[in-house]
Design a protein around this ligand. Sequence first.
Ligand code: AMP
Ligand code: ZN
Length: 420
Amino acid sequence: MFIRKARNSSSSVSLATLVRSYRILAIESSCDDSCIALLERKSASAPLVAIDQVKLTLNSSKVGGIIPTDAHSHHQSSLAPLLDAFVTKHSLHTSTPDLVCCTRGPGMVGSLSAGLQLAKGLAVAWNKPLIGVHHMLGHILIAMLPSPASSSTPRYPFLSLLCSGGHTMLVLLKSITDHRILVNTMDIAAGDSLDKCARELGIEGIMLAKEMEQYINTIPSAERDRFAKVNTSQGHLNKYNFKLGLPLRRPKHGKEPDEELSFAFSGFLSSIQSYKAQKSITEFDEETRLFIAYKTQEKIFDHIIDRINLALLKHHDDIINVKDFIVSGGVAANKQLRNKLSTNCKFPDNDVSFHFPSLELCTDNAIMIGVAGVHLLEELRVKSDLSILPIRKWPLDEIIEKDGWIDISSDEYNEITRET
Ligand code: AMP
Ligand code: ZN
């Protein structure tokens, strides 16, 4: 087995002239979403197009979090019937896709293996190559899928904020495999923190952070302006007696930080919990609940921006060449986060384009796995060995270093892409 090293991005997407059309079946099952998608590239110069996607999410609202064994059972019972209906709908029995892509990691091993086994079975039955995709690469590269909202696709080097239920990191990508993590979370992810804070405030639903966004949106604008002016930092008294500051210190006098930069999100929940304990609150009055929900979301987003701006300062020499900023993952669906990032991020060059995937492509989905799989195939000319195993923890900067990549020959590549 030969493992190909990362190619320079300038040699990427070197598709030769004639491609008749190739289609990709993609599966995502890393967490609680069973998801299947079909994508197509009609010619070498044609954009990649998402044809269809189906998704079934485990409902964990009653148990207060995703239980891995329940998620495993969910995928085992959902994926095959979803696939069956999808195959019939798109006549895939008679017109089989040319490539099978599937999430290999990181994620819950049971969940991953349910999707991976199904993908291996399809690859064998259809005699087509398999690509085991890194889930976070999918979140990032979804921005490469042309969309009506974005006039251009990102070009390397670009910066990506990946902000989801499982991960929060700022990454500099110089090519599909050259990833440098500039800021990572030292505890939990932003989405996890928002979900936990929302639950503590008594908000109900499946995606609690999303529910909390909608709850905050019910605040009349005059009230919101009043909330915005209330100072919750230590040493300031406020009407609600609620204290919430930004975690982690900034270097003094606007200095460039020397230490490794991190996000820290677990303190937000502790602040709400200690407030409740201190005041013996079992149920909030509505105004206080709205105020705390509003301030918590604001401070979490302010913390993200604070750390990004420090990273922009610290890595100035690399960032100066960045012209695109991708914001992805479930939390990126939040309109207030999008507004705050667009307004407050201090790039050295003002001419940076922001890319926000459409809302339904921010949360876990199989289209992003298909897009990342196609980029791995087209830029690196690799496929996965059929013996690959799911990977629970898989650093984003070690994608091609993992076992199981196989170089593919020009003939095989042409066969997959139906090049003539
Ligand atoms: P992912 O892990 O990428 O599938 O994203 C799921 C996470 O994103 C969960 O923590 C969700 O609560 C969170 N999320 C989804 N929609 C929103 C939203 N509109 N605002 C904030 N967080 C959200
Ligand atoms: Zn995700």
